[in-house]
Each structure stands twice: as structure tokens, then as C-alpha cells.
Ligand binder design. Structure first.
Ligand code: BES
Ligand code: ZN
Ligand code: ZN
Length: 505
């Protein structure tokens, strides 16, 4: 789909459908919606009077124009209550209305910018949000299906129509930003949606290399021997049960070569399939564990966008990729592993593997001189108990950095919630035989998991995002379609841009 802008009158657009909008409670539409209403002889106002059109958020009324104006159809889209209106509403209703029009077989859509008039949004932001809504809401993963209707029913063009020609350049800027962020999010979705017989550690590494060569990033992929040399006993311990060779993937973007210490490390959990290992998971729903590399996918995808925006900061992405399999060579409960920094880990449960692989990734980042780390992991089922599938969990050891992450989440509309990290929780990770145990026992499972990772961040500024509840969705909602969500790619990119343009006080 091509997204572009044009200056002109929406009622004169040669399109299969044009989209206008309305806030809830408005009785006489104004602006572009008012003009379209007038050229249709007042039928929108009449339908409002009759209660047929009410402006409720996401409500859709499709009118046929029967030759009264060039566009064949007019879609009146509800913006909801003015007080609750924001960019997230724009993303959501754009996604919903685009899916609706795709279902009608529409190829060419014209739309006014939602909220850029009386809604009070900047045209650049509205254009970006609409671009994200359209691209991400229309995404589908159909690589393994015969060509079906979904593929034939593609929208070709989505054109933002603005009467004031002076606003076109800012609208185009918003479109360009939205396209970069959506492309990166869709890359993460593509990687996560792949089945694990395709998405092996080697396949993920190949993708990272492809992203690097397209985007001009440095890449290194360490194999088992190289990881052994670095004494990554934690990561390799998890990998030892699998026939698939582990890959330790490192991508580097250099945006501030004069200040190597102006840096950010993005570390993504990269378990390409989590069976639980010897502490085997139960069969029901195990297929979802193909998404256990969603954190890894999100950092690779974020790097692609960061390379395009070129912020003045150095960013390193790390993914310690492996399967977690039960086998004759797999680690067993009560085994003890030694991480790269010498810390010993008692394996209490082989299904708590993510934190063990992340331990070595954090050690590596520290050795590379990274000063700020954000890790992203489908880490615990407990975070789903705590926050459901609405917000991802945020943890960390540095409130200012946590606040920057939360702010990036707010700007992106990727919902987050900070959880406490009281030191008392840490006691649950104590082992009788090693420095640490890889489970915290009953209660606060997401917090004890976070503390485990925190042991390896030590004094470095560190934030941990537990995305176990958010990586996949089984319902179509706003920007999200069934399958991988691509969360939190847009927030990670925003964070890198914000840290570059406004370094911490
Ligand atoms: N990959 C899982 C966490 C997960 C659960 C991700 C649901 C996505 C959806 C993780 O490796 C895991 O199995 N965690 C265990 C830890 C426990 C054994 C301490 C869990 O949460 O049950
Ligand atoms: Zn697990
Ligand atoms: Zn896992």
C-alpha cells in the first residue's frame, strides 16, 4: 500500500471511498466533514439527527454517493469524546476503518487527517499515527497460505487530503516517520510469526545479518566455540540440550563515534522455542512458545529503524539465540552453570531459561562498555497474571531511565506499567549451593526474575521489560492483528531518539 498526501478538497477526490470524521455529540459537522455533508445535500447532518451517526469512538457509517460527488463512498468515522481523544485513538480508528474498507474490496482511499482540525493534534503527529494505524492494522502473515481473498483484497493507495497546501510537507514528514516505525514493527512481527522449525537461532542470525547489510550496521554472530572462549557458561548451558547451534548476535549502530560512552544496549531474549527443557511445559498452548524470541526480534527490528533515523547515540543490540529443549544433553534441575562474569547459577527449573541466557548477554554488554541497558524478554507467565495482556511490565534499577522508557511507551501507545523492585524480593533467588538460583519460588515471579537479571546489570543503568503477555495476541484490536504484535519496537526506537536528542540531566 502506498501512503501519500495531496492538497485539495476531499469531496472532489477520485477515490473508491473517502473518510471524514466526527466527534461524539457534534450535531452539525464542520470543516471537511461539513463540506462533504453540504455537497451530499445534508445527509450526514440528517443521519446525526436520526441517531444513525453518533461519533462514538471507532463507529463507522458508510454512505454511497450515487454520483453526487466524485468519490463513490463516504465513510463517516467516529472520533469519540473530545476529552479522550489522542494519537492512540487515531491509530486505533485508522486501523479499524482501513480493515473495514479492505473488507469492502476498496482499493483507493482518501482521508482527512484525524484530529488535526478541532482535535488539536499537530498535522505531523496525526499523519504519523494514521500511517502506523493503516500499515500495522492491515498487516497479515500469509507466507504459508495459498493466495486467498485476503491477498487479492489489498488496498493500493491511502491518500491524506489536506485543503491547506502549506501543511503538505509536515504531513509527508509524519508519513515518513510512520512508515519507518511500522516497517520495523512488521519486521518484528514477521520474525515472531515464523514457526520455530524455520525460525532457528541460525535463521535469526541470518536475518540480523541481512538487516545489518541493508542498513549499514556492524554485525557479529558468535558461534558456540566463540561463546565458550568468552566463558558464557549460562547461555551455553541452556543451549546444550538442542541440536540447533546457538548464535550470539550483536548489532552495532554508531551515531556518536566521538563519544563511545554515549551508548545504549538493547538486549532481547532469543529463545526460538521454549519447551521448558527437562522441566517440560504441558502440551496445551505450547505452540505460543515460538514467540519466546520476541524480545530478540524487537531489538533487531528497532535497529533497522534506528539506522534510518540516524540519532546521535551509539546503540548495541544483543540477542543470545538458542532453543530450550529436553534431551540427553540438556541441563537438569540442580545443575550449576557459571556465567561469563564468574557468577554461579543453580538451575532450579530448566523452564526459567530466559533469565539465564540474558545473564551472559548482560555480562557481554557490560564488558563492551555499555552504560545503559534495556532488556526485552518474554520472561514470565507471572506477568500475565499481574498485568494481563494489556500492559507490559517495567522494572529497573534507575528511575530516571525507567521514566524515559515509560515516556517512550506513552508516546508510542505501547502500554507499560512499572512494578516494584524492593530488595526483600531478592532473597527469594538465594541458593544453598551457588551464588544464585534461577527461580524465586512462590510469589512475585516477575519481580524475582527481574532481580535475577538485575544481579548481572549491577551498577549499570538498567531497565527490564517483561513482554510475555504482549508479544502475541489472539484478537484483532486496533493496530494489532492475530499473532505477533511487534511490541515494543516503536517504544525502543523512540527511546533511542529521545536519549540522543535530550541526553539525561
Ligand atoms: N517463556 C516463558 C514465559 C512465557 C510464558 C512467555 C507465557 C510467554 C507466555 C519462560 O521461559 C518461562 O517458562 N517462565 C516460567 C518461569 C518459572 C519456571 C519460574 C514461568 O513463567 O512459568
Ligand atoms: Zn521457559
Ligand atoms: Zn522462555
Amino acid at each position: 500500500m502506498d501512503i501519500k498526501s495531496t492538497a485539495g478538497d476531499i469531496s472532489q477526490m477520485d477515490c473508491d471511498a473517502v473518510v471524514v470524521n466526527l466527534f461524539e455529540g457534534v450535531e452539525i459537522p464542520s470543516g471537511a466533514t461539513g463540506n462533504v455533508d453540504a455537497s451530499l445535500g445534508g445527509i450526514i447532518s440528517e443521519l446525526i439527527q436520526e441517531g444513525e451517526i453518533n461519533g462514538k469512538e471507532g463507529s463507522i457509517t458508510l454512505l454511497h454517493t450515487f454520483g453526487k460527488i466524485p468519490p463513490k463512498r463516504v465513510l463517516v468515522l467516529g472520533l469519540g469524546e473530545k476529552e479522550r481523544f489522542d494519537l492512540d485513538v487515531v491509530r486505533k480508528i485508522t486501523a479499524d476503518s482501513c480493515r473495514y474498507l479492505r473488507g469492502k474490496g476498496i482499493k483507493r482511499i482518501g482521508s482527512i487527517l484525524h484530529g488535526a482540525g478541532i482535535g488539536g493534534l499537530r498535522a505531523v503527529d496525526s499523519a504519523q499515527a494514521m500511517t502506523e494505524g493503516a500499515l500495522l492494522g492491515l498487516y497479515s502473515f500469509n507466507q504459508y497460505k495459498k493466495k486467498d481473498e485476503a491477498e487479492e483484497n489489498l488496498i493500493d493507495e491511502f491518500i491524506f487530503v489536506e485543503k491547506d497546501g502549506r501543511k503538505i510537507s509536515t504531513i509527508d514528514e509524519g508519513i515518513a516517520t510512520g512508515v519507518i516505525l511500522s516497517d520495523a514493527t512488521m519486521l518484528a512481527r514477521e520474525l515472531v510469526n515464523q514457526p520455530s522449525n524455520v525460525m532457528t537461532p541460525s535463521f535469526l542470525a541470518k536475518h540480523a545479518e541481512a538487516v545489518a547489510s541493508e542498513s549499514g550496521l556492524d554485525v557479529s554472530v558468535l558461534d558456540r566455540d566463540q561463546c565458550e572462549e568468552l566463558q558464557m557458561g549460562a547461555f551455553l548451558g541452556i543451549a546444550q540440550g538442542s541440536n540447533e547451534p546457538p548464535k550470539f548476535i550483536v548489532l552495532r549502530y554508531t551515531g556518536d563515534s566521538e563519544n563511545p560512552s554515549n551508548n545504549l544496549g538493547l538486549i532481547g531474549k532469543g529463545i526460538t522455542f521454549d519447551t521448558g527443557g527437562i522441566s517440560l511445559k504441558s502440551a496445551a498452548g505450547m505452540g505460543e512458545m515460538k514467540s519466546d524470541m520476541a524480545g530478540g526480534a524487537s531489538v533487531i527490528a528497532a535497529m533497522k529503524a534506528i539506522a534510518k533515523f540516524k540519532p546521535k547515540i551509539n546503540v548495541m543490540a544483543i540477542v543470545a539465540a538458542t532453543e530450550n529443549m529436553p534431551s540427553g544433553t540438556a541441563i537438569k534441575p540442580a545443575d550449576i552453570l557459571r556465567a561469563m562474569n564468574g557468577t554461579t547459577i543453580e538451575i532450579d527449573n530448566t523452564d526459567a531459561e530466559g533469565r539465564v541466557t540474558l545473564a551472559d548477554a548482560l555480562c557481554y554488554a557490560r564488558e563492551q562498555g555499555i552504560h545503559r541497558i534495556v532488556d526485552i524478554a518474554t520472561l514470565t507467565g507471572a506477568i500475565i497474571t499481574a498485568l494481563g495482556k494489556v500492559r507490559l511490565g517495567v522494572f529497573g534499577n534507575d528511575q530516571p531511565l525507567i521514566d524515559r522508557v515509560l515516556a517512550a511507551g506513552d508516546e508510542s501507545g505501547e502500554k507499560m506499567w512499572q512494578l516494584p523492585m524492593d530488595k526483600e524480593y531478592k532473597e527469594q533467588n538465594q541458593s544453598n549451593v551457588a551464588d544464585l538460583k534461577n527461580t524465586g519460588g512462590a510469589g512475585a515471579g516477575s519481580i524475582t526474575a527481574a532481580h535475577f537479571i538485575g544481579e548481572f546489570a549491577k551498577d549499570i543503568s538498567w531497565v527490564h521489560l517483561d513482554i510475555a503477555g504482549m508479544a502475541m495476541t489472539d484478537r484483532e484490536r486496533g493496530l494489532h492483528v492475530k499473532g505477533a504484535t511487534g511490541i515494543p519496537v516503536r517504544s525502543l526506537v523512540k527511546l533511542a531518539l529521545n536519549l540522543a536528542s535530550h541526553p539525561s540531566p
